[in-house]
Design a binder for this molecule. Structure first.
Ligand SMILES: *Cc1c(COP(=O)(O)O)cnc(C)c1O
Length: 366
């Protein structure tokens, strides 16, 4: 079976982990500091703060901006649950607006229409590795004095008009095992604001500037040197991983020709880093998944249910029509595009997609 993800672990990662084990410094230490400096450089920002995972990166970013009870954060319903949940964790209210069908990302016009006196931030997600419309979103944020908190969990290395994601506001990244670079579990927050960076470091470590003296209620959301050592090795390979993902996507763009399969659209002037290569299936998606599996090709649905339709959100009173998100939730299918794919595997994936025989879906297009 050609798997959806295959972590790229080489001698660099193995040697880095062994060196940390032998150093005797296993918790947060010099490797975390090195990793943060390298990450800040890649994102073109002044500060990067490493944390335990991408979910707490989002949560701490909201806390560092002082966002909490009574505040609203506008975000996308078409994302991993952590996007919405981080806002709930901070005690604020996620406000979901429908997406742009072409890019799968936030529609800036709908964001602007959802702004109220309680709105404090916009949280765009660079879904599947394609930047959201940051020029328009940052203009709206400036006009209404809102923070931008980017969920860049899937998009390390992506560019919008030449500018790295994570540099438009406060950037939140995940280093989970299947992300474009990983260290098992991990997260990173990027910012150019020294006050936000300072608050993030305090929040990450029990509100402590001087050991055993505590200025505010913080947490233990530290990354370990073991994880950071893997992260440093992965970051050094980021460009080669990303170039492979883009080349794999270019191959699928020309090799997949099935009339019921809509290939991903890329906005002008962006670098899409293809965390996922996500097509739309105009037909019976469950049948497509079965036929691909029979041909030895794994696939996955990111995500089958809009966040506000999850039972947790229903119980909180969310009851909202989101026609574009609902339609896409029922159509999207992600194919393996990871940097470990061989040429032969790429051909097999495209052939399996082109061989699909699917009943035509009755719904009309968006
Ligand atoms: C992975 C992911 C997260 C959460 O990151 P974790 O490291 O798994 O906590 C948040 N948002 C999106 C869009 C993600 O893909």
């Amino acid at each position: 079976m050609i798997a959806m993800a295959r972590p790229q672990i080489g001698p660099e990662e193995e040697e880095a982990v062994l060196a940390v084990l032998r150093s005797g410094r296993l918790a947060q230490g010099p490797q975390v500091e090195r990793f943060e400096a390298a990450f800040a450089t890649v994102c073109g920002v002044d500060y990067a703060i490493a944390v335990s995972n991408g979910t707490v990166a989002l949560f701490l970013a909201l806390c560092a901006h002082g966002i909490g009870p009574g505040d609203e954060v506008i975000t996308t319903p078409f994302s991993f649950i952590a996007t919405g949940n981080s806002i709930l964790m901070a005690g604020a209210r996620p406000v979901f607006v429908d997406i742009d069908a072409a890019s799968f990302n936030l529609d800036p016009a709908q964001v602007e229409a959802a702004i109220t006196p309680n709105t404090r931030a916009i949280m765009p997600v660079h879904l599947y590795g394609q930047p959201a419309a940051m020029d328009e979103l940052t203009a709206i944020a400036a006009r209404y004095e809102l923070a931008i908190i980017e969920d860049a969990a899937q998009a390390i290395g992506a560019l919008d008009q030449g500018r790295p994601v994570g540099s438009f506001g406060t950037g939140c990244f995940s280093l989970y095992a299947t992300k474009n670079i990983m260290c098992g579990e991990g997260g990173m927050i990027t910012t150019n604001d020294p006050a936000i960076a300072d608050r993030l470091r305090l929040l990450r470590n029990h509100g402590s500037r001087v050991r055993y003296y505590h200025d505010l209620l913080g947490f233990n959301f530290r990354l370990t040197d073991l994880q950071a050592a893997i992260g440093i090795a992965q970051l050094a390979r980021l460009e080669s991983f990303t170039e492979r993902r883009i080349a794999n996507a270019r191959f699928f763009d020309q090799a997949i020709t099935h009339p019921q399969v809509i290939k991903p659209l890329v906005r002008p002037n962006v670098r899409h880093v293809y965390h996922q290569y996500t097509v739309r299936i105009l037909g019976d998606r469950e049948e497509a998944i079965r036929q691909l599996r029979d041909a030895g090709v794994d696939s996955a649905v990111f995500y089958p249910m809009p966040i506000p339709h999850q039972s947790l959100y229903r119980e909180l009173g969310y009851d909202q029509q989101l026609p574009v998100t609902e339609r896409l939730s029922s159509e999207v299918l992600s194919l393996p595009v990871h940097p470990g794919l061989t040429d032969d595997e790429q051909v097999r994936i495209a052939e399996a997609v082109n061989a699909l025989t699917l009943a035509v879906s009755a719904a009309v297009g968006v």
